[in-house]
Design a protein around this ligand. Structure first.
Ligand SMILES: Cc1cc2nc3c(=O)[nH]c(=O)nc-3n(C[C@H](O)[C@H](O)[C@H](O)COP(=O)(O)OP(=O)(O)OC[C@H]3O[C@@H](n4cnc5c(N)ncnc54)[C@H](O)[C@@H]3O)c2cc1C
Length: 397
């Protein structure tokens, strides 16, 4: 039998151990649920372990995607408080290289003010003084409160804190079926323990699908659908830390518009395209070349830096149609009771930066359905060290 929390608390089964599932485990466990998290790989082995690690200020979204911009700056401030251990709060710059970037700058300043993001306009001389490796032809810049985070540590810090409150994590356990009653209610699931190559059934009062780009695979098990569009992007890392701050191009979101310092490296991203099989996304050579070109436009010394690696991951964007670049980076919490599958909720979309907020809104819905009145407490709770996740047994199934 799997090691589940055997008590009278309402039982919540979370599918997916990325940022969203880990943050949700903490929130729900603190509100009085007995939480089990099932992850088919290890923690953050999906998209969460493969991001730029940019703690967004919201500047990237404040013109075209204001809701996401507001969410980012709110959560940026919260994560800087509760997850200090995972964050290098090094700040960022948006830099203009062309006249059209300069023109975009006016909309950017208005959007940032609208979202409550603190920005300061700099001359090219001031910007180059801060970051001498920037393209010397830059025309102007804005400072923003961006930062860098360590993706694995952030997910583990949420998971370690959730475990401290009693949540149980089941890595290498893949959900293969959802169990439904005749009236459609989703009452449980079946998972394959990949270490043991053995299947187990589990009952739960509520099941939350936090599988990001794989959300559609889970909802298909209950014969319902979800408007998630897996949208991959490439990232390329270089072996020198050529800038200390996050460097963004001052333009409408585009390919290769973000250069992030991570430890002794910088990494550039990203692209946005359609690909059918989210389990096997190729790394296209032409996309690597495009990233290389765009990075060198921001910081010319990239052209001489050695490439450390290139990798892909897929965003779980919400929408059945439309150009992926223009889709909102906000999130959605979907109650499948409306589609005849009560007992199943999907949380998807969003950003790593907004994972705590995504968890809060999902937990609000779960608690409403389970008749729990406890409020969210994660806004002010400092996360325990990510290292604590590794203390004790990691595989709890
Ligand atoms: C290229 C790229 C760069 C990005 N950069 C940034 C950034 O710099 N800053 C930022 O804030 N955001 C960034 N994002 C967005 C961010 O990474 C994602 O929004 C976030 O990681 C999604 O987390 P998640 O937990 O919802 O999904 P995931 O991390 O994908 O977690 C879902 C989990 O579900 C598991 N799973 C799937 N199927 C099953 C099953 N049947 N049974 C059990 N488990 C299952 C998967 O293994 C996976 O671990 C980026 C996204 C991309 C694609």
């Amino acid at each position: 039998m799997p090691n589940q929390s055997m008590n009278s608390k309402p039982r919540a089964a979370i599918i997916g151990g990325g940022f969203t599932g880990c943050a949700l485990a903490l929130d729900l466990q603190m509100r009085g649920c007995a939480v089990d998290v099932y992850e088919r790989g290890d923690i953050a082995s999906g998209t969460s372990g493969r991001t730029h690690g940019l703690l967004h200020s919201g500047g990237r979204y404040c013109v075209e995607d204001v809701e996401a911009g507001r969410e980012c700056i709110q959560e940026n401030r919260i994560l800087r408080r509760i997850a200090k251990q995972c964050i290098e709060f090094n700040g960022g710059l948006f830099i203009a290289l062309t006249d059209s970037d300069v023109a975009y700058g006016d909309r950017f300043a208005l959007g940032a003010a609208d979202c409550g993001i603190e920005v300061e306009e700099l001359t090219s001389v001031q910007a180059l003084k801060l970051e001498p490796n920037l393209n010397p032809t830059l025309l102007k810049a804005f400072t923003v409160p961006d930062g860098s985070f360590d993706p694995l540590r952030l997910a583990l810090a949420f998971a370690a804190t959730a475990r401290r409150y009693g949540a149980v994590f089941h890595p290498y356990c893949e959900i293969t079926h959802l169990v439904r009653r005749e009236d459609g209610q989703v009452t449980g699931l079946e998972f394959l323990n990949r270490h043991e190559d053995r299947a187990y059934p589990v009952q739960a009062d509520i099941i939350i699908n936090a599988t990001g780009a794989w959300a559609g695979d889970i909802t298909a098990m209950a014969q319902v659908d979800v408007p998630v569009r897996p949208t991959p992007g490439v990232m390329v890392a270089y072996n020198q830390r050529l800038v200390q701050r996050v460097i963004n191009r001052l333009c409408i979101p585009d390919d290769g518009d973000i250069l992030v310092p991570q430890r002794r490296m910088v990494l550039i991203g990203t692209t946005s395209f359609e690909h059918g099989d989210v389990n096997y996304i190729p790394v296209y050579e032409e996309q690597i070349e495009l990233m290389h070109k765009r990075a060198a436009e921001l910081v010319p010394a990239v052209a001489q830096a050695r490439m450390r690696g290139a990798w892909m991951s897929a965003r779980p964007l919400i929408a059945a149609q439309g150009d992926a670049r223009s889709l909102s980076r906000t999130f959605e919490c979907i109650d499948h009771a409306d589609q005849g599958a009560p007992g199943l909720i999907t949380i998807t979309g969003g950003k790593a930066t907004t994972c705590r907020l995504m968890a809060e809104k999902t937990a609000d819905l779960v608690c409403e359905k389970l008749g729990i009145s406890a409020k969210c407490q994660t806004r002010d709770l400092e996360l325990v060290s990510y290292r604590q996740y590794y203390q004790g047994s990691r595989s709890e199934s």
